[in-house]
Design a protein around this ligand. Sequence first.
Ligand code: NAP
Length: 369
Amino acid sequence: MISSIAIQSTPAAQCAIAGTSRLLHRHVHLFSPLQHHHHRRQHHHSRRRSLRVRAIDAAQPYDLEARLVMRLNQSTRLKIAIIGFGNFGQFLAKAFVRQGHIVYAHSRSNYLLAAESIGAAFVSDPHDLCELHPDVMVICTSIISTESVLRSLPLQRLRRNTLFVDVLSVKEFPKNIFLQVLPPHFDILCTHPMFGPESGKHSWQNLPFVFDKVRIGGEDSRQARVENFLDIFRNEGCRMVEMSCEEHDKYAAGTQFITHTTGRILEKLQLESTPINTKGYETLLDLVENTSGDSFDLYYGLFMYNENAMEQLERLDLAFEALKKELFGLLHEVLRKQLFGKSEEGDVRPVLEKLPKKASRLLPPGAPQ
Ligand code: NAP
C-alpha cells in the first residue's frame, strides 16, 4: 500500500517530519519519484535560501530567541494525530500547529495538499499513523462514522497509555463507544468545541469548550498530558466548561439542535438580503450562513445520536402549530364579525402562549407518549 506524508517548510511541519522520518523510513513509501524530485528541488532551494545570511547581527538574536522558544516548547509539545481531516479537522489542526504541536493527519480521503498547507504531515495508512506513537489521538470523523472508524484502527500499534480525545457534537455516544472499544490502559477525554470554522474564524475568545475527563490514569505524566492538551483551547481564550457528557447532551439538544434546525428551515426558504434589512433579519441571515456550511451528516448526527433531540423537534413542531392556531383564531374572529356583525361571546382565541417544558404534555389525549 502506498502511504504518503506531506512536508511543508514551516517549523512545525519540519518537527513533525523529524520525529516522523525515523519510523516512516522503515514503514512508509514517502513520495512518488515526481514528488521526490520536486521536494529535493524545494529542499535544495530552501537550503540555498537559508545559507544566504544578509545581516548576521540581526539574524543571531532572532535565531537565539526562536531556539529558546523551541526548547521551552519541547517539554509541552504534543504529537497529535487527527483522525478525520475534513472541515473541522483542518480547522483544529491550524490551531494545534500554530501552538507548536506536531500534527499528523489521517482521513478516508487524501488530504495531502491540505495538510501540507497547514503544516501537518498526512499519513494515509492507519498502521503507519499508529506506529508514529502519537501522544493524543483526536477523533474528528462524522458522528455516524465514528464507531466504524474507531474499530478499524490498529490500536495494538499505539503506545499503551495513549490519550484518546473526541470532538463530536454529541457526547454520550462517543463516551460509550470509547469505553466499549478502547482497552483500559488508554486515557479518554470527551470534548466539544462549541464553535466551528465559521463561528470561530476570527477568534476563539470566550467561545465555549466543553470537556469531560472520562478516564485519565493517575500518573502525573498522564494528568499533565491532558492539561497540556486542554491548554491549547485555554490559550486560544476559550471558555472552558467541565461537565458530564450526559449534561452536555441535555443542554445541546435545547440549544445546538434547535439552532441548526432553525438555520436549515430558513435555508430552505432561500432568504435574500434586501436594502431594508433589519438587525433581526441580519441575525437570521447570519444563522443560515453559520449552519449551512456544516455537512448534513453532522446535522443528522445531532438528531440520531442525541436522545433528547426528538423531543426538541416535536416541541418545535407543536410551537409552530400553536402559533398558527393563535393567528387563525384571530382571523376566524374577524371573518365572523364581517359575516354576522358581532363577535362571539368571550375570548375565542385558542391561545397556547408558552409551551410546557415537556413536549408530551402538549400531545392530544390518548396519543402515544
Ligand atoms: P462531518 O461531516 O461531521 O465529518 C466529516 C469527517 O468525517 C471527514 O473527515 C470525513 O472523512 C469523515 N468521514 C465521514 N464519513 C466517513 C466514513 N464512512 N469513514 C471514514 N471517515 C468518514 O463534518 P465536520 O464538520 O468535519 O465534523 C467533524 C466532527 O467534528 C464531527 O463529529 C462533528 O460533530 C464535530 N464538530 C464539528 C464542528 C463544526 O462546526 N463543523 C464543531 C464541533 C464539532 P473524509 O473527508 O476523509 O471523507
